[in-house]
Design a protein around this ligand. Structure first.
Ligand code: NDP
Ligand code: OXD
Length: 310
C-alpha cells in the first residue's frame, strides 16, 4: 500500500522525515512520481489536478493536507465514494487563535490610527481609550478554529458571538445560526472574524447588502477563504468608510497579483495565507493513524461530510 503525497509548499523532506519516522516501512510516493497507480491506497495533499484521483482504483482515503477541503471539491470528477479526511491539529488551532487575537487586538486598540499618526510624526493626538466591554466580536464559523478563538478572546472581556450552521451552546458566547440568525449577528458585530469553510453556501456570502449590516466603522478579519467575501463590495465599503479596516490572510485569487489594489490600501493589513500553516511534525501522527485505519478498514478520524462540503 503506497501513500501518494502532493503539496506545493516545499516541505517534502520534512514530511518524508516525519511520516517515515512514524511508519518506517512506508512506501511514500511524491507527485508526480506515482509509479504503479494500483499501489496507491492513500493520498495526502493539496490540489490534486481535477480528474487525477479517478485513476487510482485502490484509493481508500484522501487526506487534505490542510484544514480546508474546498480544493478537494473543486474536482468535478472526485470519485463519489472516496472517504475524505482533513487535518485537525491543536498546534494549528492555537496558531490560528494567535493570528485572530493579534488582529482583534490590533483593531480594538486603534493600532491603524496610531500608525497613521506615526506616519505624520504626530505625538499625543487624542484617540478614544478602548473598552473591551464595548467592542463586540463576532466569529463566523464556530467549528474547531472558531470555537478556540472565541474561548481565547473571551478573557479579554469582549462580548463575543458566533455564527454557525447549527445552534451552539458555549460558555460566554452568544450563538446565532443559519440564515435566520445572520442579519442580527452582523448587526451586533464591531470586529468580524471569518473562520468559515468555503462551500457552495458560503461563497460570496459577504456581499454588499451583508457588509452594510455591520455597524459603521466595523473591522473584518478573514483567515478562512478569500472568496467568502465579495472583494469589489469590500473595496467599496472600505472606500466609503463603512468598513474601517480589514486584516486579510486570504484573498480570492492567490497569490495576490502585484497590481491588485489590496497591496496598497492603507486600510488593509495583508498576510500571505500563513495564519495556521500545517506543521508536518504535529500533523503527521493523525495522518499515519488514518493511513493505518484505512488499511484496516476502521473508522477514520476527522472525516469530512461530503454533503455539507466541509
Ligand atoms: P470546521 O469544519 O471545524 O468549522 C466550520 C464552522 O463553519 C462550523 O461551525 C460550521 O457550522 C460553520 N459553517 C459551515 N457552513 C456554514 C454555513 N453555511 N452557515 C453558517 N455556518 C457554517 O472548520 P475549521 O474551524 O477547522 O476551519 C475553518 C476554515 O478555516 C477551513 O475550512 C479553512 O478554509 C480555513 N483555514 C485557514 C487557514 C489559514 O491559514 N488561513 C488554516 C486553516 C484553516 P456547524 O458548527 O453548525 O457545522
Ligand atoms: C488550511 C489552510 O485549510 O491552510 O489548512 O488554509
Amino acid at each position: 500500500m503506497a501513500l501518494l503525497f502532493k503539496s506545493g509548499a516545499g516541505r517534502n523532506e520534512w514530511w518524508r522525515r516525519e511520516l517515515t519516522r512514524l511508519e518506517p516501512g512506508l512506501d511514500l510516493r511524491f507527485w508526480p512520481a506515482i509509479g504503479d497507480a494500483d499501489d496507491i491506497e492513500f493520498a495526502l495533499g493539496w490540489e490534486f489536478p481535477p480528474g487525477s484521483l479517478g485513476r487510482f482504483r485502490n484509493l481508500k482515503c484522501l487526506c487534505s493536507i490542510g484544514a480546508g477541503v474546498d480544493h478537494v471539491f473543486r474536482d468535478p470528477d472526485l470519485p463519489p465514494d472516496l472517504a475524505i479526511v482533513r487535518i485537525v491539529d491543536p498546534w494549528m488551532t492555537n496558531a490560528m487563535s494567535e493570528f485572530v487575537s493579534l488582529n482583534v487586538l490590533r483593531f480594538h486598540l486603534h493600532d491603524p490610527e496610531y500608525r497613521r499618526l506615526q506616519a505624520d510624526a504626530i505625538w499625543g493626538e487624542e484617540v478614544p481609550s478602548p473598552d473591551s466591554a464595548r467592542t463586540r466580536v463576532g466569529i463566523m464559523g464556530l467549528g474547531v478554529l472558531g470555537e478556540d478563538a472565541a474561548a481565547k478572546l473571551a478573557p479579554f472581556g469582549f462580548p463575543i458571538a458566533g455564527w454557525s450552521r447549527r445552534p451552539k451552546q458555549l460558555a460566554q458566547i452568544e450563538s446565532f445560526s443559519g440564515e435566520a440568525g445572520l442579519d442580527a449577528f452582523l448587526g451586533r458585530t464591531d470586529i468580524l472574524v471569518i473562520l468559515l469553510p468555503l462551500t457552495e453556501a458560503t461563497r460570496g456570502l459577504l456581499d454588499a447588502p451583508h457588509l452594510a449590516l455591520l455597524p459603521k466603522g466595523a473591522f473584518i478579519i478573514n483567515a478562512a477563504r478569500g472568496a467568502i467575501i465579495q472583494e469589489a463590495a469590500l473595496i467599496e465599503a472600505l472606500d466609503r468608510g463603512h468598513i474601517a479596516g480589514a486584516a486579510l490572510d486570504v484573498v480570492a485569487a492567490e497569490p495576490l497579483p502585484a497590481a491588485h489594489r489590496f497591496w496598497r490600501d492603507p486600510k488593509i493589513v495583508l498576510t500571505p495565507h500563513i495564519a495556521a500553516i500545517t506543521n508536518p511534525s504535529t500533523a503527521s501522527p493523525q495522518i499515519i493513524d488514518n493511513y493505518r485505519r484505512a488499511r484496516a478498514g476502521q473508522p477514520l478520524l476527522n472525516r469530512v461530510d461530503r454533503a455539507a462540503g466541509y
